[in-house]
Design a protein around this ligand. Structure first.
Ligand code: AMP
Ligand code: ZN
Length: 492
């Protein structure tokens, strides 16, 4: 029997603001859409937190036996600079500043994003569609919204008529915002907007002569509004109604509110059954964000090349750090917090490495069945990874007692403990036991030792030895980099 049949998953639905029993539209299948990155710069660790959580959701749903179609898009057009729906497309702006093609910007940061995902052991989504690959469908959706009387054209741009929509539906259903309040709070940039009302949002923008990212449409040569792509791609690949839609909390408004409005007008049905939103990763008490410059890059953690870090950390430690917090709580990043996670992570991995050496007994002193049930209950309770981890550490404690022969397990309990522990650690949380797989922990230690010896050689003006260490490491594919903060290294 599939595990999902005996595990009633509960999901906190941002729409109802309650934990609800999860029931998929089609039994045994789940459709999940997560808003992907805007590829105008490197994804930061905050973005990674959100995507990593949904990676674990994806992994757990599959572990439960669901067939999941997971769609995560790439926003490569149409994401304007500010919430007033004016200003430049972020990608076009970057291209102009760097004097390269917008598609070069898109390619560079899409590759970087994929590199990060690979380094951090993400499973690829089932489909990764791009906004620019769906311009035709976006134009069709705009036509439909105009035909239905909920959008209007001004000077080659098309806007969604929020007031008209709000007469029949509730604009604010997800975010709790009220249209009247929005009227007072929405900035109208020096009256330059073409909108009838400031709450209206762009479905299509006419491109000015400087704007290179443009497509022909019935209204103008222009580009789609940011919110449209997700309505179009989720409907195309998951249907008019699908199970889960995810993203960071900052996307609730306006992005997801607008998605609901657009989709509802076209299909007449509620597009998403469960809305899931992750809370923010912060740095120095402030939300990690590209725009404020308050961020750390995921690949910097792997090399230790950031002054906020005492040293390099493995991707699995960063995963563990993320999973130690509930996804609906703010998580503050710091080097010290990562060091603490590293200790916990090593204890867990050491226990796992020891499992094969344990000899079974006639009796069990640890209730494996209850423990296993507790692990599932934690994940079934809205993917509560910190509680799951606390249960995993009950197993670690038992393994350590087994090591000292202060506990015992029967053959079948030992097997069950091992299978369950490995399933949660590797398949569900996506952690990696670096020690058992490639000795990278030891390699890092040896390189650190050589860096120290080279430093001593240089202090003693023994240039021949210091050069020899550097050159022989290069020959092995390990490159030393001397900087203000000391010497770091890259292993190719
Ligand atoms: P963006 O590329 O800005 O569209 O963001 C990609 C995803 O990362 C979105 O789901 C955002 O909500 C999410 N995100 C952005 N900043 C943070 C943060 N500091 N912590 C967690 N998630 C974030
Ligand atoms: Zn989206």
């Amino acid at each position: 029997m599939e595990l999902y049949k005996e595990n009633q998953l509960k999901v906190y639905n941002s729409l109802s603001k309650k934990k609800e029993n999860f029931k998929s539209i089609t039994e045994g299948y789940v459709g999940m859409y997560v808003c992907g990155p805007t590829v105008y710069s490197n994804a930061h660790l905050g973005n990674v937190r959100t995507f990593m959580f949904f990676d674990v959701v994806y992994r757990y749903l599959m572990h439960l036996g669901y067939k999941v179609r997971y769609v995560r898009n790439i926003t490569d057009a149409g994401h304007l600079e500010n919430d007033a729906e004016e200003g430049e497309d972020k990608i076009a702006k970057k291209a102009r500043l760097e004097q390269i093609e917008p598609m070069e910007v898109v390619q560079r940061y899409t590759l970087d994003f994929h590199d990060v995902l690979k380094n951090y052991n993400f499973l690829p989504p089932s489909i990764e569609p791009t906004a620019t690959g769906h311009i035709v469908e976006q134009i069709e959706m705009i036509k439909e919204i105009i035909e239905k009387g909920f959008a209007y054209e001004v000077n080659g741009s098309v806007y969604f008529d929020v007031l008209e929509y709000n007469k029949k539906e509730n604009y604010g259903i997800l975010s709790g915002r009220k249209v009247e309040d929005l009227l007072n709070n929405t900035r109208n940039l020096d009256g330059q907007s073409d909108k009838k009302n400031p709450q209206d949002f762009a479905l299509w923008k006419r491109a000015d002569e400087r704007h290179i990212m443009r497509w022909p449409s019935p209204w103008s040569d222009g580009f789609p509004g940011w919110h449209l792509e997700c309505s179009v791609m989720s409907t195309k690949y998951l249907g008019e109604s699908f199970d889960i839609h995810g993203g960071g909390m900052d996307l609730k408004f306006p992005h997801h509110e607008c998605e609901i409005a657009q989709s509802k007008i076209c299909s007449g049905v509620t597009p998403v059954n469960y809305w899931m939103h992750t809370n923010m990763l912060s740095l120095n008490g402030q939300r990690m964000a590209k725009s404020s410059g308050n961020f750390i890059l995921p690949n910097e953690i792997l090399t230790g090349e950031n002054s906020l870090l005492p040293k390099a950390f493995s991707a699995s430690v960063v995963r563990f750090f993320n999973m130690q917090a509930n996804y609906r709580s703010i998580l503050d990043f710091s080097g010290e917090a990562l060091e603490a996670s590293e200790k916990g992570h090593s204890k867990l991995m050491e226990a796992l490495s020891f499992l094969d050496k344990i000899v079974s007994s006639e009796i069990s002193t640890f209730d494996v069945q209850k423990w296993k049930k507790d692990c599932y209950s934690a994940m079934n309770d809205d993917f509560n990874t910190p509680i799951l981890i606390s249960h995993l550490f009950e197993a670690v404690k038992t393994i350590n007692l087994l090591k000292e022969q202060k506990a015992s397990l029967t053959v079948s309990d030992l097997k069950e403990l091992k299978t369950t522990l490995e399933a949660f650690v590797f398949d569900v949380l996506g952690l990696i036991n670096e020690n058992s797989q490639d000795n990278s922990g030891k390699i890092n230690g040896v390189v650190e030792l050589l860096i120290k010896l080279r430093k001593e050689a240089r202090e003693n003006k023994n240039w021949a030895l210091s050069d020899q260490i550097r050159d022989e490491l290069i020959a092995l594919g390990i490159q030393l980099k001397d900087g203000k903060e000391g010497t770091t290294y890259l292993i190719n």
